[in-house]
Ligand binder design. Structure first.
Ligand SMILES: Cc1cc2nc3c(=O)[nH]c(=O)nc-3n(C[C@H](O)[C@H](O)[C@H](O)COP(=O)(O)O)c2cc1C
Ligand code: SF4
Ligand code: SF4
Length: 442
């Protein structure tokens, strides 16, 4: 029997699906309906310190990139942290935790980078009964200009220092939310770990401008004719997030540190991919904003069905299962070779594979054979790059077939299942142990 419940760095949740800190989690009204829909947990919209409320723009604060079918592939925002009074939020958190004791409520925080400011807010959050805190070191606009958010997350020393303050002045589990607007995400993750973080979460949004209105020459969204960069999220950021998650999961310095995966998650499959790369929970924002809270139901049933099929009883059975298969380029097997193969019964003769391969790859697909329109791979030229299969509009019409104990007709080399990576390759001047090239084919 599949059990979706998780214990994420001491925080219990009936399933790994949490709403990320953002508009879906900014008030009790939303949280109540989210929990009714089935979300296992929420990260409350980021709270700031006591004082005059945060001021947002009173105009478009979102930008989007639509796909050809008008589905949203990327979402962009210039919103700040919560603009509701701190006390109101704290009261609502307390009430929600009492009403939903089995669900995870984590409170996202962002206060000035001063120990006193953290000392002031932490006991008040702890008094709500919240399960943990998430440190928002990622917000890329507005708050970063005030020395918070990404301005902290981009400096590992600050990440470590603030994390340590939170561990010193609170008993709650501390999750450090990382910014992707940095060249090496492992550095702040390592700093968080040094500071005593119980977990990291990633990614927050990516600096971006979603488009330019060419009539008025203003990027969007704009406020009274002027625009600023926003934070991008949604399906388009998922590959970036997966890579950053994998980097942290496989780095010796951070291996084993619990990770909450965020970025473009819309379906159970997206979630499963994050889990396979090392995440113990996943967080969702854009998909909930676009499709509503009930998307979690597909996530739950889909993940259960997948786990049943694979024989995974618990989420922990496959957390990180794909991590050992992530490596550096230099360790890829350069002796492995595949060739594209076209299924003539499925081919509709659209010609896209030919154009792509002819113009930008290796001129390895015919378009005319004996004067007849015919698309076929020329093995002597095919490098197995996968471009044709990627552009073919018919699923599985072009497959990539590994060569097994046969001569690669392009290189004339025998593909015999042996392993040779770049560190061993004879063409590598730095190669530790030069090897002889394989015998050329007759
Ligand atoms: C409108 C909006 C507001 C957000 N506000 C916050 C916030 O207050 N605190 C925070 O940590 N992240 C905030 N985020 C970032 C999300 O929590 C999340 O990290 C990001 O959107 C990536 O997830 P997604 O692709 O599922 O949207 C916000 C995102 C959006 C779209
Ligand atoms: S795999 Fe690459 S080289 Fe081979 S046929 Fe397709 S596009 Fe051309
Ligand atoms: S892209 Fe696919 S369907 Fe079109 S010609 Fe090539 S193999 Fe056939």
């Amino acid at each position: 029997m599949t059990d979706l419940s998780v214990n994420f760095c001491g925080i219990k949740s009936p399933n790994p699906f949490w709403l990320a800190s953002a508009p879906p989690t900014d008030k009790a009204y939303n949280i109540e309906r989210a929990f009714r829909a089935g979300w296992g947990g929420v990260v409350w919209k980021t709270l700031g310190e006591e004082g005059p409320p945060v001021v947002n723009v009173s105009g478009p604060r979102y930008g989007v990139v639509h796909g050809p079918d008008r589905r949203i592939s990327a979402f962009n925002n210039i919103e700040l942290i919560t603009d509701r009074p701190l006390e109101v939020n704290l009261q609502e958190i307390t009430e929600m935790k009492k009403r939903w004791p089995d669900r995870a409520i984590v409170v996202s925080l962002m206060v000035p980078c001063e120990e006193e400011a953290w000392k002031r807010i932490l006991p008040r959050v702890e008094a709500t009964g919240a399960d943990g805190i998430e440190l928002n070191f990622g917000c890329p606009h507005g708050m970063s200009e005030r020395g918070m958010g990404a301005a902290v997350g981009q400096v590992p020393e600050y990440v470590e220092m603030v994390t340590r303050w939170c561990k010193t002045h609170s008993r709650m589990p501390v999750i450090v939310k990382l910014t992707p607007n940095i060249s090496d995400v492992r550095k702040p993750a390592e700093a968080a770990k040094r500071g005593g973080a119980d977990a990291v979460s990633l990614i927050n949004t990516i600096n971006s401008i979603t488009g330019v209105d060419l009539e008025r020459m203003i990027p969007s969204p704009h406020t009274d004719g002027k625009a600023t960069h926003g934070g991008m999220c949604g399906p388009a950021v998922k590959p970036i997030a997966l890579n950053m998650v994998a980097e942290i999961a496989r780095s010796p310095a951070t291996r084993g540190l619990p990770i909450s995966g965020i970025g473009g998650i819309e379906t159970w499959r997206d979630a499963a991919e994050f889990i396979a790369l090392g995440c113990g929970t996943v967080q969702v924002c854009t998909a909930a904003m676009v499709y509503g809270f009930k998307i979690v139901q597909e996530m739950i049933t889909g993940l259960e069905a997948f786990m049943d099929e694979r024989g995974y009883a618990n989420i922990s059975d496959f957390v990180g299962a794909a991590v050992p298969n992530v490596t550096d380029w230099q360790y890829l097997n350069l002796n492995y070779a595949v060739k594209a193969k076209i299924d003539q019964d499925l081919c509709i003769k659209c010609g896209r594979c030919h154009v792509a391969c002819e113009d930008t790859s290796h001129q390895a697909i015919t378009h005319l054979v004996n004067g007849v329109r015919h698309f076929e791979v020329i093995d002597e030229e095919c490098v197995g790059c996968n471009l044709c299969a990627s552009v073919c509009p018919i699923e599985n019409c072009i497959t990539m077939e590994p060569l097994v104990n046969e001569i690669d007709r392009r290189t004339g080399r025998m593909v015999d299942g042996s392993y040779l990576n770049w560190t061993q390759h004879p063409n590598n001047p730095m190669s530790a142990k030069p090897l002889q090239p394989a015998e050329p084919a007759e």
